[in-house]
Design a protein around this ligand. Structure first.
Ligand SMILES: Nc1ncnc2c1ncn2[C@@H]1O[C@H](COP(=O)(O)OP(=O)(O)OP(=O)(O)O)[C@@H](O)[C@H]1O
Ligand SMILES: [Mg+2]
Length: 446
């Protein structure tokens, strides 16, 4: 027996098989569904736009379009407009771009018999659900995979971390306290490599990787007090990087004073400009960095034509950090990517985690999930499914004295897909020998 949350929010139980159906609201505000029939066709269903134009979705009839491949079904699901033509390269490209940043919702619908026969009424109910309730949010590829194989990403039981390498390098004191254990990068340590890059004077770097993998801490360890850091966020402007007029100091007699921005200060002083989470900032920020990061190494501020261009001093370097899959991110521009030519993918070294006191059991859970997560990425040609990073493991370890249930929440804190949290609960239960709920519950003690 399975409990479902219906579109109206009321729980309902069913013994019928549950068919996964993916829903999304597209750019033009219309809910759309993707499902796979027993015959293997991929169907995208939505309200008839002609009927919707009359403003009454309730009486709208349902349109079903059939696609031969799951990929085209997915593209149609997220495409703008009501029709998608798999033979139009521009439409395919636009849909692929959307797919890379889209989260969709997976719903499970009880269906009797053949999925070729799903009724309009059932689809109508699902379309309402897409528009009004949340299913399990997940990346589109993953949701599509669930349609063909309605099972979670495989879990693989592997050895505990007997093979984990001990850290090769001595720890480095971090400016704010604590220690950083360098990881191996090429033939040296990550810290030594970044420092060498800066000393070379001609290359800039980008560090990508999942939350909590140690991107920011790596830059901190490498450059300490020499960093000028800017946090990427949607309201960041070119003025907040280059400089702006601010109210004068009280009593100074000037109403306004010019204050250089962090990019100008870092360039003048030969420091490292760290744009943390750069892909949360608007595209203008990419453009503002272009002249600084190419051979010119200059800032020409169009708002201050009276000032000479600022040329970067020796030691200046830009480092950008970002993660590939999260809410509210965008792709960095190709022009900026070309200039930040040293791209390092940052991932947790579980050997470092062991050195920091993370227990064998947690490391075994983490390794299982990393194996299945990476395999999932390879099989589906997408980013790996979530697996724990150092921040997650440290959080879980800190709760050890309160028992496995208390450890589970911090362990999965950065996992955004409920299906992956369930995978983790299964692996966790098999390693710890105890079942945990996905969220800790506070309630009466009996
Ligand atoms: N090699 C390491 N040695 C010691 N501690 C580390 C190391 N790498 C990461 N950490 C610790 O892991 C935690 C997460 O690191 P950090 O904040 O740098 O991750 P991040 O990748 O920048 O995450 P986000 O994308 O969320 O900003 C921090 O507590 C940090 O001190
Ligand atoms: Mg960070």
């Amino acid at each position: 027996m399975t409990t479902l949350i219906t579109p109206r929010g009321a729980p309902m139980t069913t013994n019928r098989p549950l068919r996964p159906i993916v829903g999304v609201i597209t750019a033009d505000d219309s809910p759309r569904l993707l499902y796979r029939t027993d015959g293997g066709a991929w169907i995208v269903a939505n309200h008839d736009p002609f009927m919707r134009a009359f403003g009454d979705a309730a009486i709208a009839s349902i349109l079903r379009a059939e696609y031969a491949t799951g990929r085209d079904g997915l593209r149609a699901l997220v495409a703008a407009g009501d029709y998608f033509d798999p033979n139009a390269p521009a439409e395919v490209e636009a849909a692929d771009r959307t797919l890379r940043s889209t989260t969709v919702s997976l719903y499970r619908l009880p269906v009797d018999g053949d999925t070729d026969e799903i009724s309009d009424a059932a689809l109508q109910e699902l379309l309402t659900a897409v528009a009004t309730t949340a299913g399990d949010p997940m990346r589109a590829e993953r949701a599509a995979a669930e349609l063909t194989a309605p099972v979670a990403a495989p879990t693989v039981v592997c050895q505990a971390h007997a093979h984990l390498d001990r850290p090769r390098f001595e720890p480095i004191d971090l400016p704010g306290g604590g220690q950083y254990w360098p990881r191996t990068l090429f033939d040296t340590s990550d810290v030594a490599f970044l420092r060498e890059l800066r000393a070379g004077g001609s290359m800039h770097a980008r560090l990508s990787g999942p939350p909590g993998s140690g991107k920011t801490t790596l830059v901190d360890a490498a450059f300490g007090e020499d960093i000028i850091c800017v946090q990427g966020h949607p309201d960041l402007t070119v003025a907040s990087l280059y400089g702006q007029y601010l109210p004068g100091e009280p009593g100074s007699g000037t109403a306004w004073r010019w204050v250089d921005g962090p990019a100008v200060r870092a360039a003048r002083e030969g420091k490292v400009l760290l744009i943390d989470e750069a892909n949360r900032a608007p595209r203008d920020v990419d453009d503002a960095l272009l002249s600084l990061t190419d051979k010119r190494r200059q800032i020409i501020n169009a708002d201050r034509p009276d000032l000479p261009p600022v040329t970067a001093a020796d030691g200046f370097m830009v480092v950008v950090s970002y993660n590939h899959s999260d809410i509210g991110i965008r792709p960095l521009s190709a022009s900026l990517l070309r200039r930040l030519s040293m791209h390092v993918r940052v991932d947790t070294d579980y050997g470092v985690a062991a050195r920091l006191g993370v227990g064998d059991d947690l490391l075994q859970v983490a390794e299982n999930l990393r194996t299945s997560g990476r395999r999932y990425g390879i099989d589906h040609d997408c980013e790996p499914a979530w697996y724990p990073q150092l921040a997650d493991l440290e959080g879980a370890e800190a709760m050890r004295r309160h028992g496995p249930q208390a450890m589970f929440g911090p362990l999965t804190a950065s996992a955004t897909e409920p299906a992956r949290v369930r995978d983790t609960a299964r692996v966790f239960a098999s390693v710890f020998g105890t079942v945990v709920t996905e969220i800790a519950e506070l309630g009466p003690s009996n």
